[in-house]
Design a protein around this ligand. Structure first.
Ligand code: ATP
Length: 303
């Protein structure tokens, strides 16, 4: 697998406090990597190290398969970022703000119209930024980050402080980028629901430790599931299961199996059929992702 970002044992200490602790982050090419963790988990510190804004105490960062400390400038040319609230010239228009940046990069003017289009700000490109809503400013921030056509985009809590419609706009914009621009994205958030709706890969950071890193599908698989059976004469059916040594309980008018592997479910079904109970439905009830996230970050359980 080609990793756009790879850290090895990345660590940051502030005095006695270890803010980031031996993190091995892997961001595959073309993915939207959701970097999730409660406030103070160390996300911003990690991101600052990825961007060369802060030196690791220990460990290394590779971006585009090159070591950041050896090839910093060449790497950063291909990285766009939005970290903390971006600053603009409020009395200048969106276009003029991007024009100032464009000159620094020495890239063609066409890139301005292109990114304004991409973040859906073309209509207000000639309006002064001081009249912009927070959501529009955030989109302008993403436009600035994309101006030099980076291959990696790093966004630290880009939806913080936005209203629901602003959040949806940013979310839709981010989701389009890998396909439209072939870009890989790292987006941090303390909200699981946010990451759940954007990310394709997830890393969960808790107290400086990366306690989970896998695809969003794998993360969902970890959600607590219940296998529920809807049967005839359920009290007796349940008693017969328990008598057969199958762990089950009554739950909302159904029988809930405690062990949910395929074999255990099949065993329960066979036992019920054998004892002449009718099975109407066998269904799986998924626990919420919020639940797993809470479980992971409160119990410090490593998955
Ligand atoms: N410059 C610094 N000096 C000392 N301690 C710091 C510094 N920067 C961060 N920390 C500490 O490191 C820990 C991680 O902070 P960090 O900002 O990386 O977390 P975070 O996950 O980004 O949280 P948030 O979402 O609140 O920004 C915190 O305990 C913080 O107090």
């Amino acid at each position: 697998m080609e990793y756009i970002v790879e850290t090895n044992q990345l660590t940051k200490r502030f005095g006695k406090e270890i803010a980031v602790d031996r993190v091995d982050m892997r961001i595959p090419k073309g993915e939207i990597y959701g970097f999730l963790g409660p406030n103070g988990a160390g996300k911003t510190t990690t991101i600052r190290m990825l961007l060369g804004l802060m030196k690791p105490s220990f460990g290394s960062v590779q971006v585009f398969q090159k070591f950041l400390n050896e090839d910093r400038l060449n790497i950063l040319k291909k990285v766009g970022s939005l970290v903390e609230n971006p600053s603009y010239y409020p009395h200048l228009t969106a276009y003029e703000n991007l024009e100032a940046l464009r000159k620094v990069y020495g890239i063609p003017k066409s890139s301005i119209t292109e990114v304004l289009e991409l973040v859906r700000l073309s209509d207000v490109g000639n309006k002064k930024v001081k009249g912009f809503s927070l959501g529009m400013k955030q989109r302008l921030g993403i436009a600035s980050a994309l101006l030099h056509n980076p291959e990696l985009l790093i966004l630290d809590e880009p939806t913080n402080g936005l209203d629901p419609s602003g959040i949806i706009e940013i979310r839709n914009l981010i989701k389009r980028l890998p396909a439209e621009r072939g870009i890989t994205i790292l987006i941090s958030s303390h909200l699981l629901s946010e990451i759940d709706q954007i990310a394709t890969t997830v890393g969960v950071l808790n107290k400086g430790h990366l306690i989970f890193q896998d695809t969003i599908e794998r993360m969902r698989e970890y959600s607590k599931q219940k296998v529920l059976l809807s049967v005839s004469d359920r009290e007796h059916a349940w008693q017969s299961l328990v008598a057969a040594g199958i762990k089950a309980e009554l739950h909302n008018g159904m029988i809930s199996l405690k062990e949910k592997s395929d074999e255990k479910v099949a065993q329960a079904v066979r036992s019920l059929v054998h004892n002449d109970f009718s099975i109407y439905r066998v269904e799986e009830e998924k626990g919420s992702l919020e639940g797993i996230f809470l479980e992971m970050t409160t119990e410090e359980k490593s998955l």
